[in-house]
Write a protein that binds this ligand. Structure first.
Ligand SMILES: [Zn+2]
Length: 444
């Protein structure tokens, strides 16, 4: 009988204790706000001993999950935790030639170090709304990878892959000043980046006005665009075109807050040659509206102290006009006239203007929207064959001159505002003069 009892006990002890009944529960405790999983292993041991509860304290777990700063988190590292703020979110983009969709973000930490975040495909709708710009989060155990040089769009070389499994928790809401330093290009220095596909710029400006949203068909693909007017503290304006994806989110924020002078940081914008110098968004651009940085706060404050100036800029629409102040730089390289080639989009020459042909018309009838010539009569509304929009017919100033330097002579047409300025007549005056004098004298 005793033997039988001993055998039974031995059998029970030889069984793995842990395999009998166990459960693990992860509990949240409020200790310093950390998710603090307590591991309870409840084991049923032996019929003669009642229950024994063993607490596996979470200390071992936390020795592995380290609170680190961004620069200490290396590729492939596991068991880390980091508090970051979302500096910016890019638009969702397609990868060239693949069905992969991705969205990139930039995070920074209290030291001012930055890292790229990336979300792919089906994880985008799940995780993108979780991460809002300028908010602070505790992120742990995202996949850490190095970014291959050809995919680096900024100076960042490490990427955290955010998936639906990544643990993200928002930390307190109070807004800190971003410890991140941006390098902004002055409006007056933009001209040197014009039409250079390999270069983009970061700019800071206050949005004071917007133009109408337009739909443009280019290479049988429809695009939407809306222009916003940026102003800097030197009272210079430049137009920023927001394309497609930017019209969904950022556009609405700007339009909703336009009375309060929203300050934007445009990142990785393209500089175009359109009516002088203009800016436009690009696939990897980002717009930071009212970012918590010192310069932005100062600019907003400046705008609020200069409401009269801003009101007059909006009223006179002076930003629509060509601004030679931004376009021409004293140190810009000029081309000799004999070297001017037609394939160049823009050329700067230093030349004498001569006016051989005095008997010119000095104006043409144009579409009020796109400046295209039309045979329609003055002041009627017509549908333009070029821009397909309904617009008024207006005279536009235009005349031809010769430009000459020591190397040669080239004929040039002068249009619009610049032509009116040189001529000291408006297009309307030129048209009236033409109709009264020229037509009368030839008896038409
Ligand atoms: Zn037109």
């Amino acid at each position: 009988m005793v033997q039988k009892k001993t055998a039974k006990l031995e059998m029970l002890y030889s069984m793995k204790y842990f395999s009998s009944v166990s459960y693990i529960s992860f509990l949240h405790s409020g200790i310093s706000g950390y998710p603090y999983p307590l591991v309870y292993l409840l084991m049923l041991f032996h019929p003669y001993i009642t229950f024994q509860i063993i607490h596996f304290f979470a200390s071992s777990f936390f020795r592995m999950t380290n609170m680190l700063s961004i620069r200490d988190i290396a590729p492939n590292m596991k068991n880390w935790c980091c508090i970051v703020t979302v500096q910016e979110k890019q638009q969702v983009t397609d990868s060239m030639g693949t069905p992969t969709k991705k969205q990139k973000l930039i995070f920074y930490d209290s030291e001012g170090s930055r890292v790229e975040g990336i979300i792919f495909n089906a994880d985008i709708p799940k995780m993108s709304p979780v991460l809002q710009v300028y908010r602070k989060y505790r992120i742990s155990n995202a996949d850490v990878r190095s970014i291959p040089p050809k995919f680096q769009t900024s100076d960042l070389t490490v990427q955290w892959v955010i998936t639906a499994k990544t643990v993200i928790e928002e930390v307190n809401r109070e807004e800190d000043i971003m410890p991140v330093k941006f390098t902004f290009t002055e409006f007056a220095d933009l001209a040197q980046y014009m039409d250079d596909k390999s270069k983009s710029v970061d700019v800071l400006g206050v949005v004071i006005s917007s133009l109408e949203k337009k739909t443009i068909t280019k290479n049988s693909k429809q695009s939407n665009v809306q222009k916003f007017v940026l102003l800097n503290e030197q009272s210079q304006t430049v137009m920023l075109s927001l394309w497609d994806n930017f019209l969904n989110n950022e556009r609405q924020i700007l339009l909703n807050t336009i009375q309060a002078y929203p300050v934007v940081i445009g990142r990785r914008l393209k500089v175009n040659n359109y009516n002088g110098v203009s800016l436009s968004t690009w696939f990897d651009s980002a717009l930071l509206v009212d970012p918590p940085i010192q310069e932005a706060r100062e600019l907003k404050n400046w705008a609020m102290r200069n409401t009269k100036l801003i009101a007059s800029l909006i009223e006179t629409k002076s930003y629509i006009k060509y601004n030679p102040e931004l376009f021409l730089k004293a140190d810009q390289k000029t081309t000799l006239i004999c070297n001017v080639s037609l394939s160049q989009k823009t050329t700067l020459v230093k030349a004498k203007i001569s006016f051989e042909h005095i008997f010119q018309k000095y104006w043409y009838m144009s579409c009020g929207k796109c400046n295209c010539a039309t045979a329609a009569d003055y002041d009627i509304e017509f549908t333009c064959n070029s821009c397909k929009q309904k617009s008024p017919v207006v005279p536009r100033c235009r005349f031809d001159v010769d430009l000459s330097d020591d190397s040669g002579v080239i004929p040039v047409s002068v249009f619009g505002d610049l032509a009116e300025k040189l001529l000291t007549f408006t297009a309307l005056e030129a048209m009236d003069h033409f109709n009264q004098v020229i037509l009368a004298s030839c008896g038409c």
